[in-house]
Design a protein around this ligand. Structure first.
Ligand code: AMP
Length: 460
């Protein structure tokens, strides 16, 4: 069964009562949950919640096609809590009654934070385990038992191997942002973890995109699932204004600064392909006087949390991030998403630009495209089923990206030695006017690019 709920990725516009007559009480949730979500300020269910909650309460497996920002955490979290409340069993020591797997530490934190809000009026205990922080405290917490455990697969496997957690009492499994878990090579981790859970089991799988591998995953882990969907896979929120700028890799930093200067009050999320590139770009921006922070795999959990906090509060106006670190972060006020480097996995473009235009607001997504990224652009436009409007630059001749580990060409993370050959020389990026001379005049390769591939070792 496919339930298609039209609508954008952003969360709030469809919560107006006139558009959506269902209430949380109509969905069959009990008083303690209703009280907690009322205190969280939720007035009406979002479309994915209205569709998924009754199906999940009825015990169906769910295949949900939805991004962060649609209210999907409550869509799987509320029925899960409802089911756990009524089963009458205490959280078993060194075991859990429900397991939620998510690809990144940030997403795990965010899910746990939301669930803790929802269980406030109940006796249920939500635990979380992620990599990058002390394992001993996690072992201690797990020993007392969990009703719901939210985990990244890497750290969970570590804890399973240390016999700090057993999963045989778990009757509920949620795989959140499952497409990203696949991209990150978590399929092997999943194959290890899933057989350890108890049966019969209710499984809910949520994904923002539907690559072919996802259907295989659904086939392997779901039984007769009900499908719910909030937007066509690959379709960006209608409120996002997309554009691209053709430029040499080495000129991207200058171009970014020009864009940032145009909207000093905005909150800009800048995506870099590599950890190294993200850090270098953040430093360059910082030394040029921008309030910039960064999150990537080389940052400690504490550093990542501080950076996100600074960005959320507006204290930092620019967040430079890699895909892995930025995944699932819910920041309602991001005004601009810059694809400083285009993602090699086209679906990630959809995720990235979905970080803006949330909570009913508009947003801009700007991609900087160099000669070696034309191939990625073609893939993205295929997935998006649209041509992204050109804001400036001249489409360069396509170049093949340098092979992994080879090349030695310079990456443009650190502040453009080459000048962009701009027609007017004014240095201002255009909003759709005459194309400018961008290209890659020196014809340099992009340098040491590490292509992401599905077999990568899972990060905790
Ligand atoms: P999620 O897609 O689960 O990450 O949720 C995105 C944001 O929407 C979070 O800040 C939630 O707290 C919020 N949210 C979820 N459901 C609702 C709702 N029904 N009404 C208002 N806000 C909501």
């Amino acid at each position: 069964m496919l339930i298609h709920i039209g609508g954008a990725i952003c969360a709030l516009p469809y919560l107006r009562k006139s558009q959506n007559l269902t209430t949380f009480a109509d969905l069959g949730l009990s008083a303690n949950i209703l009280k907690a979500i009322d205190e969280a300020g939720y007035k009406n269910p979002s479309p994915i919640q209205a569709e998924a909650i009754p199906l999940a309460l009825a015990g169906h497996d769910i295949m949900g096609l939805a991004q962060t920002g649609t209210g999907k955490t409550a869509a799987f979290g509320l029925p899960l809590i409802e089911n756990l409340m009524s089963d009458g069993f205490k959280a078993p020591p060194k075991n859990t009654k429900a397991l939620i797997l998510a690809p990144t530490r940030e997403l795990v934190n965010q899910i746990a934070e939301n669930l803790r809000q929802y269980v406030r009026k109940t006796h249920l205990k939500v635990n979380l385990v992620v990599g990058g922080v002390s394992i001993n405290r996690q072992i201690q917490n797990l020993s007392k038992g969990s009703d719901i455990l939210v985990a990244t697969p890497g750290r969970l496997i570590d804890l399973i191997e240390r016999r700090a957690i057993f999963l045989d009492e778990a009757r509920f499994l949620v795989l959140d942002e499952a497409d990203q878990m696949l991209d990150m090579g978590f399929i092997h981790a999943l194959r290890k973890i899933a057989p350890l859970l108890g049966t019969p089991r209710q499984t809910m799988l949520f994904s923002a995109t539907m690559p072919k591998l996802m259907s295989e995953l659904a086939g392997a882990y779901l039984t007769d699932p009900k499908r719910v969907q909030v937007s066509t896979p690959g379709k960006a929120a209608d409120k996002i204004t997309q554009s691209l700028y053709y430029t040499a890799q080495a000129n991207k930093t200058e171009l970014l600064k020009e864009y940032l200067n145009k909207s000093p009050d905005g909150l800009s999320l800048v995506f870099s392909r590599t950890k190294h590139g993200a850090e270098k770009l953040k430093r360059t921006l910082e030394s040029a006087g921008y309030d910039a922070v960064s999150i990537h795999g080389n940052k400690s959990q504490g550093q990542r949390e501080r950076a996100i906090k600074a960005f959320k509060s507006g204290e930092a106006r620019v967040l430079v991030a890699t895909d892995v670190a930025a995944r699932g972060i819910d920041i309602p006020d991001v005004s601009h998403v810059y694809n400083y480097d285009l993602p090699e996995v086209p679906e990630n473009y959809v995720h990235r630009i979905g970080r803006t235009a949330r909570a009913g607001k508009g947003g801009e997504a700007i991609a900087f495209v160099s000669a070696t990224e034309i191939g990625y652009l073609k893939q993205i436009e295929k997935v998006m089923k649209m041509e992204i409007p050109v804001a400036g630059g001249i489409r360069p001749q396509e170049e093949k990206p340098a092979p992994r580990g080879g090349g030695g060409g310079r990456r443009g993370g650190g502040g453009g030695g080459q000048r962009r050959s701009q027609g007017g020389g004014g240095g201002k990026p255009h909003g759709g006017g005459k194309p400018h001379g961008g290209g890659n005049p020196a014809g340099k390769p992009a340098g040491k690019r590490k292509p992401r591939h599905r077999g990568r070792k899972p990060a905790a």
